[in-house]
Write a protein that binds this ligand. Sequence first.
Ligand SMILES: Nc1nc2c(ncn2[C@@H]2O[C@H](COP(=O)(O)OP(=O)(O)OP(=O)(O)O)[C@@H](O)[C@H]2O)c(=O)[nH]1
Ligand SMILES: [Mg+2]
Length: 445
Amino acid sequence: MRYADTIAAIATPPGRAGIGVVRISGPAVRSISAAVLGRSLQSRVATLCDFLEADCAILDRGIAIFYAAPQSYTGEDVLELQGHGGLAVLQLVLRRCLDLGARPAQPGEFTQRAFLNDKLDLAQAESVADLIDASSEAAARGAMRSLTGEFSGRVGQLNDALIELRSLVEATLDFPEEEIDFLERSGAMEKLARLREGVATLLAVAEQGRILRDGAKVVLIGQPNVGKSSLLNRLAEEEVAIVTEIPGTTRDPLRHELAIEGVPLHVVDTAGLRLATDAVEKIGIQRAWREIQHADLALLIMDATVGLTGADLQILAELPENLKRVLIFNKIDILERVPKATQAGNGTEIWLSAKTGQGFDLLRTALLRSIGWQSTQEGVFVARERHLQALREASDSLSQASEVGSLELIAEELRLAQQAFANITGKFSADDLLGEIFSRFCIGK
Ligand SMILES: Nc1nc2c(ncn2[C@@H]2O[C@H](COP(=O)(O)OP(=O)(O)OP(=O)(O)O)[C@@H](O)[C@H]2O)c(=O)[nH]1
Ligand SMILES: [Mg+2]
């Protein structure tokens, strides 16, 4: 794949920094390099150069590295100009490259070219963005595992096994009178069973990887004054929300990002749910309900000295049916009770104190368990919902294949399973999917 145009972008974030990098990729790199640097460069050798204006005035002085195609990030000729990290000076260098025929790069365009030039597959390209966006160390490590091809490699192994099975089945198609015998002798059904197991195992790991990447939205709800904001502050380990003894303190939903065992949680504190007369409080309560609609998990907080009331049952009844929930009895310090977590009819119940912090270990464990996080073990790679979808499709097709009687239908289901694998690595992906994926990258990557 060769592009006619040359792209350029500042690859480092705007602001003051020790260095700033302008990156250029495409067919005009050599001519731009000759004009800006006044010399030609040996490939892959860092060279101290002046970056020159058209009249040979010096714009900046820094390190230039030329990567001759195909040994570069994009697979094209690439030039990296590492100058001083100031907004104006980098703009000047970029402008000079644009004047010489490059055009500004779109978000993710360098990586898109790398993908289209087979430098990495789609799952790896996605993990480049996931690594940059990773908000916890665990997520960063998981993204790196995907980037180095751990996920793609496992999809590739399953794909190889599937290709072997398909060739057996398709060969049998030509001799229909022998079909059952032949399949039995070749062990095709055992191969299919093993493949289904392999997909199920990979799906389970990928589900963990999806949680590691996206985390979950947790909404704190309950009646006024039960300690929702106090609980948020204790979880966040800082005073993010206002706490007072006045019921109806919180009005606007308050969002806070935190991580437990590296799993990102998007926590929202909300207005206490009651029949309010105050106009502002009413709006706050409406907004709380709106947050509930988009949550993955609701923590219903109650005052342990009062217990579960009719109003709480009312709230529980009005929650979306498939919204996961944990019941929290707060303020156990007043009762001088010990913290505990139990499984009751209403789900997990936790007794704790936001004031003293007792029971918060139990809460953290319950939070992670409720959103489906199981592993603290090594080896989780980040994955996206799109990958899970594809693995589920492959799994469905394989289970269909193991049930249907006719060889033609088995062959068709196996073909569909292979297509699902190909979707993950991007072998056969629609342009609009690629556009959607790369447009979410930052510029210069
Ligand atoms: N003793 C004790 N008091 C607590 C605890 N948690 C919260 N409180 C007190 O309960 C009162 C209400 O706390 P908030 O965190 O503002 O309660 P809230 O649920 O956010 O209230 P609204 O925003 O009004 O809905 C404050 O006076 C807190 O200090 C606790 O674990 N123990
Ligand atoms: Mg509050």
